[in-house]
Write a protein that binds this ligand. Structure first.
Ligand code: FAD
Ligand code: UQ1
Length: 411
């Protein structure tokens, strides 16, 4: 029976950043990270792999290079959370107890909730998904193989990580097909369960003319329910009218429904939505004061991104340290999140906003405009910042940069 001052479950973006922060604060042997997989993926780069701009081998590093040697890495999956007894159980049956817990388990991809999708991904080279490391490598070859017909992109009827990613790959595909001289053979369609192109008005107003210029058809409130790869047909249902429509496809980029992972969903840490209930400003659990949550597994009303997890890491670190010292958590998360909407191989709209959907832009120019500089930031600067700063616990989001560039005039 192992006992730690702090146990962190999950070592993705949020778990690795906080592991590095607390290893420095608490020293050797105080922190355990429970994470079953060897490889850490920089998921934001999956979009560029799908678009043929980066190679898959550029997206990952071994966890041993990322976790500090002061933490104990328990290479297992947590199967049960028991916060009433301050313990978790792993798949092999080990019990680990803690004084403090951070849940950072991210999201589970539920491909099986769409009839026929798993089979289609396994057997049809024209069906792909940037969302999983197992399927992202299919996307660019599928585009290259395209001859003519419907090129379809989907977005499911659940919260997802990086809600912009389902359309970013459409913009890259459109550009690829134009350059390959095949765009006039393609009917490019975005069937999205959402009610509009993007949740924040400023960026939606910037994206709609881009959609129009590129001649992309958008159908909203339209949810993928079934894929029949033998007939190359995809079935969608209108979420308001219940009406079904069947599309033949020549290329299908499918985004699976998502949820918190089963062990979290089935734990006392969640409410009826199935996400860890944290106070949205302090990130402290609403019921268990020695538990904090970070990243995609939380019920936070902000969009689920690595950029959000970075900002949360700073807040969490400050507040959990306060609680460990017997004081009240006082740092406040404003909901900061960011979505670099790649619109071409050299253009990007950099959306940044808070809980209320109010823009919270870092740079002193209009980020709703497509810019080369923001593409360079996304494709060439951000990966280094992620590996060397965010994961090492020394990047808490761009707030200080924003303040500086706005001469203190920004929130
Ligand atoms: P994750 O980083 O997903 O980590 C969760 C970890 O928990 C995993 O390592 C997993 O193995 C582990 N785990 C799960 N269950 C258990 C268990 N039971 N026990 C122990 N460990 C467990 N974000 C941006 O900021 N910008 C972007 O441009 C962007 N683009 C994206 C494009 C795509 C295609 C995708 C898929 C994501 C994108 N994101 C982007 C989102 C970003 O990757 C995630 O929001 C971020 O990684 C979430 O961090 P996290 O720590 O919550 O979860
Ligand atoms: C960011 O901080 C971040 O985490 C490292 C991302 O995740 C990959 C992002 O995509 C973005 C855009 C930010 C915000 C950073 C700046 C400099 C605007």
């Amino acid at each position: 029976n192992k006992n730690y001052k702090l146990v962190i479950v999950g070592s993705g973006t949020g778990g690795t950043a906080t592991a590095n922060k607390f290893a420095r604060k608490l020293g050797r042997g105080a922190v355990a990270v429970i994470e079953p997989t060897d490889v850490h993926y920089y998921q934001p780069m999956f979009t560029l792999v799908g678009g043929g701009i980066k190679r898959f081998d550029q997206t990952s590093l071994n966890r041993s290079e990322l976790l500090p040697n002061k933490v104990d890495w328990i290479k297992e999956r947590v199967s049960k959370f028991d916060p009433d007894n301050n313990q978790v159980t792993t798949e092999s049956g080990d019990t680990i107890t803690y004084e403090y817990l951070i849940t950072a388990t991210g999201l589970q991809l539920n491909f099986n909730q769409i009839k026929g999708l798993e089979e289609a991904l396994a057997e049809d080279p024209a069906v792909c998904s940037n969302y999983s490391p197992k399927t992202v490598t299919k996307t660019f070859p599928a585009l290259q193989a395209f001859q003519e017909g419907n090129v379809i992109f989907t977005l499911p009827a659940t919260p997802i990580k990086c809600a912009g990613a389902p359309q970013k790959i459409m913009y890259l595909a459109d550009e690829y097909l134009r350059n390959a001289g095949k765009r006039d053979k393609a009917n490019v369609v975005f069937n999205s369960s959402l009610g509009g192109i993007f949740g924040v008005k400023k960026y939606a107003e910037a994206l709609l003319p881009i959609v129009k210029r590129k001649n992309l058809t958008c159908n909203f409130r339209t949810n993928l329910t079934e894929v029949n790869h033998k007939k190359r047909e995809a079935t969608f249902v209108n979420l308001d009218t219940g009406e079904e429509s069947v599309y033949e496809y020549s290329f299908l980029h499918a985004v699976p429904p998502m949820s918190a992972v089963d062990a979290v969903k089935n734990s006392p840490l969640v409410d009826e939505t199935g996400y860890v209930t944290v106070d949205k400003t302090t990130l402290q659990h609403t019921k268990y004061s020695n538990v904090f949550g970070i990243g995609d597994n939380c019920n936070l009303p902000s969009s689920k991104t690595a950029a959000a997890a970075a900002a949360q890491a700073g807040i969490l670190s400050s507040n959990l340290s306060s609680v460990m010292n017997g004081s009240k958590p006082t740092a406040i998360y404003d909901g900061y999140t960011s979505c670099p909407l790649v619109t071409a191989h050299n253009k990007c709209v950099l959306a940044e906003f808070d809980f209320d959907g109010e823009p919270l832009e870092t740079f002193p120019f209009n980020q709703a405009k497509e810019r080369y500089s923001m593409f360079v930031m996304k494709a060439y600067m951000m990966p280094t910042m992620y590996w060397r700063m965010l994961l090492k616990g020394i990047w808490n989001g761009p707030k200080p940069v924003r303040k500086l560039l706005h001469m203190g005039m920004s929130r």
